[in-house]
Design a protein around this ligand. Structure first.
Ligand code: 48F
Length: 252
């Protein structure tokens, strides 16, 4: 016999177990877009305890729509090995430039990330950072519907050795440091220039404040570097770079 309340118990018990297990993390990633998920994948593969908090119901960020809703994304040679590592198919467009199906990229990347051991909490918005003595050491979370309806409901807290701002164009998480005067400015992304934007998104992937890394478009937004449109190699390389740097520090 299938009891209705049994379904509820199965969901509540298993969710709460995972939430309790994620209260203390090696790395809390904010945003399940391409750079955040790739970072999560490599961190988990490297043995780190990592969770991603995504405010939307769906994961994938800007992957799904490709360019203007034409659901294809472009990836350059430098990032091809990441597609291979993840088992994502692609077709050469010309030498050194490849096209992948946006739906396959979003679903396969999400699947590989979760199977690597990353817990993704969707519908959870990071509304602030925990900062103590000049070090970012956690995130402040709330349900997205609470934020959307502006209900007066206090949030909860997750402790993490490192936080990654993978929130894309707005650098939502780093904004909290700016508003408190802990960093000087966030210039915002520059005008479209794919080649430069792709190069700089990887260069700008860094620890912007003790304990806080930026990846992907957030890395360019905090550095005033160009946007690049639907080419994604830089996003993947940025996520991998942040993961590698954090793994090194976690082992120190
Ligand atoms: O924007 P997004 O895809 O970030 P990305 O990894 O990739 C950018 C590309 O998609 C594309 C591009 C070039 O290739 O320019 O735009 O830099 O994903 C960011 C994710 O963060 C979530 C948001 O819903 C999206 O899924 N997000 C944003 N703010 C918050 C958040 C927040 N405060 N809490 C939780 N999730």
């Amino acid at each position: 016999m299938l009891k209705d309340v049994e379904i509820t118990r199965a969901i509540v018990e298993s969710y709460m177990k995972e939430l309790l297990d994620s209260l203390t993390l090696d790395v809390a990633i904010v945003g399940a877009g391409p750079s955040g998920m790739v970072a999560g994948y490599y961190l988990a593969k490297g043995g780190a305890k990592v969770a991603i908090f995504e405010k939307k119901l769906s994961i994938g960020g800007g992957i799904w729509g490709g360019g203007m809703g034409f659901n294809k994304i472009v990836v350059q040679e430098e990032a091809r090995e990441i597609l291979d590592e993840l088992g994502i198919n692609y077709k050469p467009f010309r030498e050194g430039l490849y096209v992948a199906d946006a739906v396959e990229v979003a679903t396969t990347l999400a699947s590989r990330t979760v199977k690597a051991g990353v817990k993704i909490f969707n519908m959870v918005e990071v509304e602030d950072l925990v900062v103590k003595e000049g070090w970012v050491c956690g995130v402040v979370i709330n349900w997205t519907p609470v934020k959307m309806t502006s209900l007066h409901v206090d949030p909860l807290t997750i402790e993490a050795k490192y936080v990654i701002d993978s929130t894309g164009h707005g650098a939502q998480v780093t904004q909290h440091l700016l508003k408190r005067g802990l960093i000087e400015k966030i210039p915002g992304e520059g005008a479209m220039w794919a080649e430069m934007g792709e190069k700089l998104t990887v260069e700008n992937t860094r620890e912007i404040y003790p304990g806080l890394y930026v990846t992907g478009m957030a890395a360019n937004a905090v550095s005033g570097a160009p946007r690049m449109g639907p080419i994604f190699g830089g996003m993947f390389l940025s996520g991998r770079k942040a993961a590698r740097e954090i793994l090194k520090k976690l082992k120190e």
